[in-house]
Each structure stands twice: as structure tokens, then as C-alpha cells.
Design a protein. Structure first.
Ligand code: NAD
Length: 499
């Protein structure tokens, strides 16, 4: 059995014997590796080495730190095929999509190459007589990141890219379900010139996460995962005096107005609902056609497009999507399909029972489509995270807007229309963090920031972009006075003002 190691102080380190999790091959349904689950001793070792390494790294000037980022970006390009195959073999997403996962992380690294400019502070000359004021962004020290299974390259890079570029040392606790790519990324960072100890990968589960949140040396924690866990991570981290950002689950809606280009919309919806087997927080699992005619026409076209989907091994170039992450998750998605039927929704297409010749034990699930889903249904209120699209019919624009705005999650939303006024009003009023206008998956580019509202995000700063720089730095403001000689001023017992 392949044993996956931690990555501490620039080298691989085995975990404690006998304490491990299983990593599956989702195509074949078999266990392919063991991943260690860190004890607090292993975490302590990583954190103390990181604290040591961080001192020198923070003293390294930003331009040199940027050079490591430039080289890391180059290495990502050189190793793209290898990384994509490794990613796909543990996650199950198809190779092209695995490359997309790496590429979106790489784009954040490109943003981090500009760190000397991004870290420039503010300066006011002559704020008072002989007085200048300047503010600088300083790193926090040792920070941590906890990531979900569904983007094992992109999300770690969302976090460690800005954190390290800003001069911090980083402890990454990736998902124990597909942990190999994060270790490979850490190796490439060392090859790019990062000093050992600045980036460490410590595998683990709930216990490791809690040890990170309680660790006195770790100053900030970034978390991405499901909402209940995000909320408890946020609470526990805050209780231990940490800065925490915790992104949660999602249930993104696609609102389709009567004037939308239906063929284009259907192509967009099918890709966004079923790509990566629906295991994306920016998937589009709910479609809201406005008006009966729109609903009927959309449903007819959707059924044709969904029936044409090809499900295959993650290495099959022709497959639109591959297997789910594991059997337990597939059972969970299947239970939502049964629940939807029991709740009275119409299961137009049922993906259960799908089997791929030669991969019968793989975690595959065919695409499903529900119609006549209503807001009271549990299958609508909760995140399913699988290849399932739900049609929720609305009579008016206002109803569509309300649906997306009232939902407990507020990660992403999309509107499909040719009407600029309606689109603008929708974008302005909808209670959701990321909005697409004829864009089904509106993940912001690397120089903006990513973050959802309501139960999709706890904390007040988004991932990457300038918010990433803000999250991983603290501002120090210096007020200095250099009088031109003579006594400075009389003794004063009054708070200094600018009168
Ligand atoms: P998850 O919440 O099960 O796990 C996320 C991380 O938390 C993992 O590293 C895991 O080891 C750890 N963890 C698991 N149980 C824990 C517990 N009880 N206490 C503390 N930590 C625990 O999420 P997942 O299944 O890996 O990923 C899918 C979820 O992530 C979906 O809900 C999806 O919407 C969400 N997600 C959100 C975003 C976003 O940016 N909003 C992006 C990607 C995924």
C-alpha cells in the first residue's frame, strides 16, 4: 500500500504508525493509499519549525519572495500534466478539469508575483508640524489553512500563495481524501527556492483541525469546506484569539428570464451543474426559469442535453465528468434523490444505478434532473453536492430574485437574459456574494476576491486578491516627528488633535 507522508521542514516525514486514513481510487473503488492523521506532537514539530523559518522569511525582501513565486509558477507549468494526473487519480475529476483546478491556483500565484507592489503601504507627509505618518503591512507569523477535497490544488494555492508572499510561514492541512497534490505543490515550492519550514503540509482529520485552532503559535486560520464545520471552525478559532476566515457550502441558483438565449443557457447550465460531478461550491444545482413557457422550453432542451452527457473514467478524454469522491458521498447524494421523490418533486431523469463497464466498483453516478421542486423541500434547502439539477419554477423576476436572496447559502448566482436593465437590477439587489450575468460560474479572477455571503462565508475577508493580502498581514501605523530644532512643545495632558 502506498504511504503518503507529511511534508515538514522541506522534506517528507512519515506519520505515526497505525494512525491513518484511506485514500480511494474513485475510478475503481479500491483503497490506493494510506494518509497519516497527525498527532499534536507532529503538529507541534511543524509549527515550531515554521516559527523558526518565518523569522528569516519575513526579513527576505518582497522582491526576492516574488522571485520564488515566479519560479513556482514556471514549475507548475512544467509539471502540469503530472499534477493533473495525480489530482485526477485521487479526486476523480477528468484531466481537463484537473488542469483547470491547477490553472486557477496558478493564476493566484501570478497575482502574488506582484507582492512588492501590493505590500506598499501608505504615507502622509506633513500630517502636522514636522510630522509624517506611514503605515506598513507586516506578516502575522505562522498561519494555517484547512482545505476541502474538491479543489486539492486551487484552494491550497488561494491560501499559501498570498500568505507566503506576505512573509508568513504556512501550515496546510489538506483534505485527507485527496492529499497527494498538496504535498507535491510543497515540494515544488522548495524547488522554486522557498526556505524549508516556510510551507508545511500536515495531514489529518477533525482532531488535527482542532489542534491547529487551539495552537497558540498559529495566528490566523483560513478554512474552506462545508458550512456547519466552517461555522464551528470560525467560533473555535475566534475563541483562541485567531483571525479566521471560513468559507462554507453553497446552493447556487441560475435565474433564466424569458428573453434568454435558451440554447446557450442550456449549454452553460449543463456544464455548471454536472461538471466535476457537481462537486463544486460554484456549481449551479438550481435553475429558476421565469414564466411557464420558459420552464417548458428549458426543460425540453435540458433533457436532451443531459441525456447526451458522457460519464467515464477520469482519464477518459471524452468523458464530461468522472466518479464522485467516495462511496459514502455517492450514497449521500443518492439519499437526496430518494428524498426528493418522497417530498413530491418530479424526478425527470434518475442517475441511480449507473454502471461503467470495466469500472463497476467505481463511485459513478449518472446525471439526475428534478422538476417542480419547491422552496420548502429539504432537497432544495440543503446542499447536495452531486450531479443533480433541480428546476424551481418562478412566475416573476421578483420571485426568482427572492429565491436566491432568501436561501441560507449565498455563494454564487447567475442570471441569463438579454435585458441589461433586469440584469443590472438583479446584480444590485441579490443577496449573494458572487454574481454572473450570462456567466454560469462567476469565480472572480485572481486580482479580485472570492467569497460568499450568509452561510457560505464566516469572517469578513475574502480569499485571494487584495483581501488575501489583508487577511495575511496586519497594519502598523507609525507617526513620527522630526522638528527642526528647539523645544518640541510644551508638556500636554490633552489628547493630541489636528486642530
Ligand atoms: P468538509 O467540511 O467535510 O471538510 C473540509 C475540511 O475540514 C477538510 O480538511 C476536513 O478534514 C476538515 N474536517 C472534516 N470534518 C471536520 C470537523 N468535524 N471539524 C473540523 N474539521 C473537519 O468539506 P469537503 O467535503 O471536503 O468539501 C466539500 C464542501 O466544501 C462543500 O460543502 C462545498 O460547498 C464546500 N466548498 C466551499 C467553497 C467555498 O469557497 N465557499 C469552495 C470549495 C468547497
Amino acid at each position: 500500500m502506498r504511504e503518503i507522508d507529511h511534508f515538514i521542514s522541506g522534506r517528507k516525514m512519515p506519520g505515526t504508525p497505525g494512525h491513518y486514513g484511506q485514500v480511494f481510487d474513485p475510478n475503481m473503488g479500491a483503497v490506493q493509499a494510506h494518509v497519516p492523521l497527525a498527532s499534536s506532537r507532529e503538529l507541534d514539530l511543524a509549527v515550531s519549525d515554521a516559527a523558526q523559518a518565518q523569522k528569516g522569511w519575513a526579513q527576505t525582501n518582497p522582491q526576492r519572495r516574488a522571485r520564488v513565486m515566479f519560479e513556482f509558477k514556471r514549475l507548475l507549468e512544467v509539471h502540469m500534466e503530472e499534477l493533473a494526473h495525480l489530482l485526477s487519480s485521487e479526486h476523480g475529476k477528468v484531466i481537463a478539469d484537473s488542469k483547470g483546478d491547477i490553472q486557477r491556483g496558478l493564476e493566484v500565484i501570478e497575482f502574488c508575483c506582484g507582492i512588492p507592489h501590493l505590500l506598499k503601504g501608505e504615507y502622509t507627509q506633513g500630517a502636522g508640524p514636522g510630522i509624517d505618518v506611514y503605515s506598513a503591512r507586516q506578516p502575522l507569523g505562522v498561519v494555517g489553512g484547512i482545505t476541502p477535497f474538491n479543489f486539492p490544488a486551487m484552494i491550497p494555492m488561494w491560501m499559501f500563495g498570498p500568505a507566503i508572499a506576505c512573509g508568513n510561514a504556512f501550515i496546510l492541512k489538506p483534505s485527507e481524501r485527496d492529499p497527494s497534490v498538496p504535498v507535491r505543490l510543497a515540494e515544488l515550492m522548495i524547488e522554486a527556492g522557498l526556505p524549508p519550514g516556510v510551507l508545511n503540509v500536515v495531514h489529518g482529520d477533525k482532531d488535527t483541525v482542532e489542534a491547529i485552532l487551539r495552537h497558540p503559535t498559529i495566528k490566523a486560520v483560513s478554512f474552506v469546506g462545508s458550512s456547519d464545520i466552517a461555522q464551528s471552525v470560525y467560533a473555535l478559532g475566534a475563541q483562541h484569539g485567531k483571525r479566521v476566515q471560513a468559507m462554507g457550502g453553497a446552493k447556487n441558483h441560475g435565474i433564466v428570464l424569458a428573453d434568454a438565449d435558451l440554447d446557450q443557457t442550456v449549454a452553460d447550465l449543463v456544464g455548471a451543474a454536472y461538471g466535476s460531478a457537481g462537486e463544486r461550491c460554484m456549481a449551479l444545482p438550481v435553475v429558476v426559469p421565469v414564466g411557464r413557457e420558459t420552464a417548458e422550453a428549458l426543460r425540453e432542451k435540458l433533457v436532451v442535453a443531459i441525456k447526451a452527457l458522457r460519464i467515464g473514467n477520469s482519464t477518459d478524454d471524452r468523458a464530461h465528468y468522472g466518479p464522485l469522491i467516495n462511496a459514502a458521498h455517492r450514497s449521500k447524494v443518492e439519499s437526496y434523490l430518494q428524498m426528493g421523490v418522497d417530498e413530491g418533486a418530479e424526478l425527470v431523469l434518475d442517475g441511480r444505478g449507473f454502471s461503467l463497464a470495466g469500472s463497476e466498483q467505481g463511485f459513478f453516478l449518472g446525471p439526475s434532473l428534478f422538476d417542480h421542486v419547491t422552496p420548502e423541500m429539504r432537497t432544495y434547502r440543503e446542499e447536495i453536492f452531486g450531479p443533480v439539477l433541480q428546476i424551481v419554477r418562478a412566475e416573476t423576476f421578483e420571485q426568482g430574485l427572492e429565491l436566491a436572496s432568501r436561501h441560507q447559502y449565498g455563494n454564487g448566482v447567475a442570471i441569463f437574459t438579454r435585458n441589461g436593465d433586469a440584469a443590472r437590477e438583479f446584480a444590485d439587489r441579490v443577496e449573494v456574494g458572487m454574481v454572473g450575468i450570462n456567466v454560469p460560474i462567476p469565480v472572480p479572477v485572481a486580482y479580485h476576491s472570492f467569497g460568499g455571503w450568509k452561510r457560505s462565508g464566516f469572517g469578513d475577508l475574502n480569499q485571494y486578491g487584495m483581501d488575501g493580502v489583508r487577511f495575511y498581514t496586519r497594519t502598523k501605523t507609525i507617526t513620527q516627528r522630526w522638528p527642526k530644532g528647539g523645544p518640541i512643545s510644551d508638556q500636554s495632558f490633552v489628547i493630541p488633535t489636528m486642530r
